[in-house]
Structure formats: structure tokens, C-alpha cells
Design a protein around this ligand. Structure first.
Ligand code: AMP
Length: 224
């Protein structure tokens, strides 16, 4: 079977994380989410975390060179030899060019860029209602997945908080950054013939089925 090197594109709150985790289970490939990697660096107080925090708290993108180094190291890992799933990277044209160069150096190719499309209104509804548990990061939603007791995590009893970057003014900024810096990547990957559109306004199971179908088609075409 050929390798499967996937990238997930889409605004914050489009469900990239949910779909990425499912793909990881389906295909048994490593899943690298730059947002998660940066948040744990912030929590651990590493040098990268200290550098990234101020950008993340504002809803800005962290500088390209910081993130390019993190991902460059990961795609070369032994565990990623049969493929990988990238969520939240690349997010700018220089990042996509750096990834392209890295793939070329490794004599590998990206299989698909899945663009999960969701309206700005839906993003605000999803992220604005999200509550994250203080202890372990378990995620709830006041409307779609409320905890049994308001403000308390069902799983570990810790307090549920609004993530710093889920505050309304930061959501607005993250969306602005997406439209300005990440949207151009759709044209970039379309030109390379690997862009796939996914309607992310539907329930996660339906989106997951569509993605499975798309990837099955890609693999069949590769085998021909
Ligand atoms: P996410 O959880 O993917 O929405 O990422 C949270 C935050 O991490 C973003 O708002 C950025 O500040 C930062 N971040 C994540 N991935 C990248 C990236 N590829 N380039 C720059 N900043 C990023």
C-alpha cells in the first residue's frame, strides 16, 4: 500500500481535530496537531512554549520558523514512514512551501489536502460555546454537548473553563488570520491537483464518511 500523507485545512472550529483523530484510528498513522503541540509546550514552559504563548493568546499565528522546525522533525520520524496526518499545518504560504521542500528532499509526496469548509457564523457558535476542563482538557459544549452539571467536567470533576483563545475577540482574530493567511493555500494545493473540498457544516459522522470515501477514491486512483 502506498503511503498516505494528509493535511487538514479549515478554519478554527471546523472539526479538523475530530476528523484527524478518527483518521488516525482508521489508518493507524501518526497525527500531528500543531495547536496541541504548542499548547503542551506552553503548559510545560519550554522555550518554544514561552515564545508561542503571546501569539496564541492574541489569536495570531506564531512565527513560521518556530512551527516549521517542529513539523520538519516529526515527518521524518520512523513512525511517520507510512504516512502522517497534519492538523493546523501548514497555515501560511511559506509553511506550505517549506513542507513541499521537505517532501521533495525525502522523495515523498502529499496525498491530499482536505479543506473542511464551515461558515464564520458556525465557527463562532462552535468555539464560543466550547468549555474545556482545567485538569485534562476534556472538551464540552454548552449547546451541543453540555456537561451534566454546569461548569463541572463529567470525567474528572474539575472546573470547565473558556480556553484563552476561545474568547470572542480572539475567535474573531483567529478567523481573520485564517482568511488572510491560510485561505490562499486552497488555491496553492488546487494547482497541485490534491485539494479536496469537504462540507464541514454537517454532523461529524457524516463528514467522516465523506472523507473516508474521498480517501478510498484517491487510493484506488493511485493503484491504477
Ligand atoms: P489550533 O488549535 O490549531 O487552532 O491552534 C491554536 C493556535 O496555535 C493558533 O491560533 C496559533 O496561534 C498557533 N498555531 C497552531 N498551528 C500554527 C501554525 N501552523 N502556524 C502558526 N501558528 C500556529
Amino acid at each position: 500500500m502506498s503511503e498516505l500523507n494528509l493535511i487538514l485545512l479549515g478554519p478554527p472550529g471546523s472539526g479538523k481535530g475530530t476528523q484527524g483523530e478518527r483518521l488516525q484510528e482508521d489508518f493507524r498513522l501518526p497525527y500531528y496537531a500543531t495547536g496541541d503541540i504548542l499548547r503542551s509546550a506552553v503548559k510545560e514552559g519550554t522555550e518554544i512554549g514561552l515564545k508561542a504563548k503571546e501569539y496564541m493568546d492574541r489569536g495570531d499565528l506564531v512565527p513560521d520558523e518556530v512551527i516549521i522546525e517542529i513539523i520538519g522533525e516529526r515527518v521524518q520520524r520512523e513512525e511517520a514512514q507510512d504516512g502522517f496526518i497534519l492538523d493546523g499545518f501548514p497555515r501560511t504560504v511559506p509553511q506550505s512551501e517549506a513542507l513541499g521542500k521537505e517532501m521533495e528532499d525525502l522523495e515523498r509526496k502529499l496525498s491530499a489536502a482536505l479543506l473542511i469548509e464551515v461558515s464564520d457564523e458556525e465557527v463562532v457558535r462552535r468555539l464560543g460555546g466550547r468549555r474545556t476542563c482545567a485538569a485534562n482538557g476534556h472538551v464540552f459544549h454548552i449547546e451541543f454537548n453540555p456537561p451534566k452539571e454546569e461548569g463541572v467536567c463529567d470525567l474528572d470533576g474539575s472546573e470547565l473553563l473558556v480556553r484563552d483563545d476561545d474568547r470572542p475577540e480572539v475567535i474573531k482574530r483567529r478567523l481573520q488570520q485564517f482568511h488572510e493567511k491560510t485561505s490562499p493555500l486552497a488555491a496553492y494545493y488546487d494547482e497541485k491537483g490534491i485539494l479536496q473540498h469537504v462540507d464541514g457544516d454537517r454532523p461529524p459522522d457524516v463528514v467522516a464518511d465523506e472523507i473516508r470515501g474521498t480517501l478510498a477514491t484517491i487510493r484506488r486512483e493511485e493503484e491504477i
